[in-house]
Design a protein around this ligand. Structure first.
Ligand SMILES: NC(=O)c1ccc[n+]([C@@H]2O[C@H](COP(=O)([O-])OP(=O)(O)OC[C@H]3O[C@@H](n4cnc5c(N)ncnc54)[C@H](O)[C@@H]3O)[C@@H](O)[C@H]2O)c1
Length: 341
């Protein structure tokens, strides 16, 4: 007997569809028969998985800004959107520090513009997922790790505050004031094929190995992060949006963390990748230099408690960094081969 496919013919909006997570989610949902519409600001087509893998041919892509209320209303009406994933954001932490205004505009105004348009066009909408982030928690220190969903949001850095604001605005729209069906996700650092933001550590390290490009560590290598593979994240997004769709009373307003709760020092990720390609000499040089670096504008430690997802749905991450690294590395090798052929 054929398995019942929840996603078949569901009208789905993904904001930020040309981004790393958006492209991977769009690929999965369109393969599962969903009618996917995506909004993106991005015009440069070659640095997005959506266009590289021709996923854009299976979905509708609308180019525009997330703060354009009129455009969003038009999309919601025209495509009769039932499920929405809000991923559009300015995600570069360094850029956010240099130009906070633009980051807050996109990440905060963008979020309430979308949610307000959804509030006014709520006939079809059954499930809204808002991408917050582990960064929204801010600094809680080693003894308080891993972050739990009930921790206070106390960010300071601009990207982190932008995500916390979006998170709280979403909580307001989910409350009995507005009753929109919303689940908020706080995920740790995501990595995997299609991540072409080279300000992120893993893509930057792999690129530097492949292209023999000098690598400069931002801090002293001691900060601790939790890394989760993109396929785990696509799975969680689908799971949460489906559960919310089927039972909005039970799940609306809930917040879910996802990560692995496995600590990786930045210097260990560097070591893992460089030793995988036997770049011992280069590794030694970088390690020696980075000890003098100061780490400012970054949280010291971030780990995710995912017990809530486990308790509710039996979820746990399926992938470990050291096991999946060869697949990720291969993907970037092919990407650069095509780019520079
Ligand atoms: N990648 C991670 O490690 C991670 C971890 C936790 C949470 N998140 C959150 O997940 C979401 C997706 O992250 P990503 O890594 O795919 O980011 P990305 O930078 O790869 O993609 C961002 C997308 O948003 C779009 N966008 C940016 N500004 C826009 C604007 N003003 N109007 C319309 N579209 C705009 C971009 O064009 C792109 O399609 C973000 O909200 C991010 O905060 C990411």
């Amino acid at each position: 007997m054929k398995k019942n496919n929840f996603w078949k013919k569901k009208n789905v909006l993904i904001t930020g569809i040309s981004g790393f997570v958006g492209s991977n989610l769009a690929k999965n949902l369109s393969n599962n028969g969903a009618n996917v519409v995506g909004l993106t600001k991005k015009k440069k087509k070659k640095d997005s998985l959506l266009f590289l893998e021709k996923i854009h041919k299976k979905v509708h892509v609308v180019f525009g800004d997330i703060t354009n209320r009129k455009l969003i209303k038009k999309i919601l009406k025209k495509y009769k959107i039932q499920i929405c994933f809000h991923l559009a954001a300015q995600v570069e932490v360094g850029l956010a520090r240099r130009e906070p205004y633009g980051t807050w505009d996109t990440n905060v105004r963008g979020t309430y513009t979308l949610l307000d348009a959804l509030k006014e066009n709520r006939i079809n909408i059954k499930s809204i997922i808002i991408a917050s982030s582990d960064k929204a928690y801010g600094e809680h220190g080693l003894n308080k790790m891993p972050y739990k969903e009930n921790y206070q949001l106390k960010p300071i850095f601009p990207y982190d505050t932008s995500k916390a604001c979006a998170d709280m605005i979403a909580q307001s729209y989910a409350s009995k004031l507005f009753r929109l069906p919303i689940v908020i996700t706080r995920f740790s650092n995501i990595y995997g094929p299609g991540q072409l933001n080279f300000t992120a550590l893993i893509p930057d390290l792999i690129r530097s190995c492949i292209l023999n490009k000098k690598f400069k560590m931002r801090g002293n290598g001691e900060s601790i992060r939790d890394y989760i593979y993109i396929d785990d994240i696509v799975y969680v997004y689908k799971l949460l949006s489906k559960k919310l769709y089927l039972n909005p009373k039970k799940y609306s307003g809930e917040v879910f963390n996802a990560g692995t709760n496995i600590p990786h020092k930045t210097k260990d990720i560097l070591k893992e990748i460089f030793l995988y390609r036997k770049k011992n000499k280069e590794l030694k040089k970088i390690t020696k230099n980075m000890k003098k670096n100061k780490t400012s504008g970054e949280l010291s430690i971030q780990l995710m408690d995912f017990k809530k997802l486990k308790k509710y749905f039996g979820w746990r991450p399926q992938y470990k960094f050291e096991h999946i690294l060869p697949i990720v590395y291969d993907w970037y090798e092919n990407y650069f081969k095509k780019k520079y052929k």
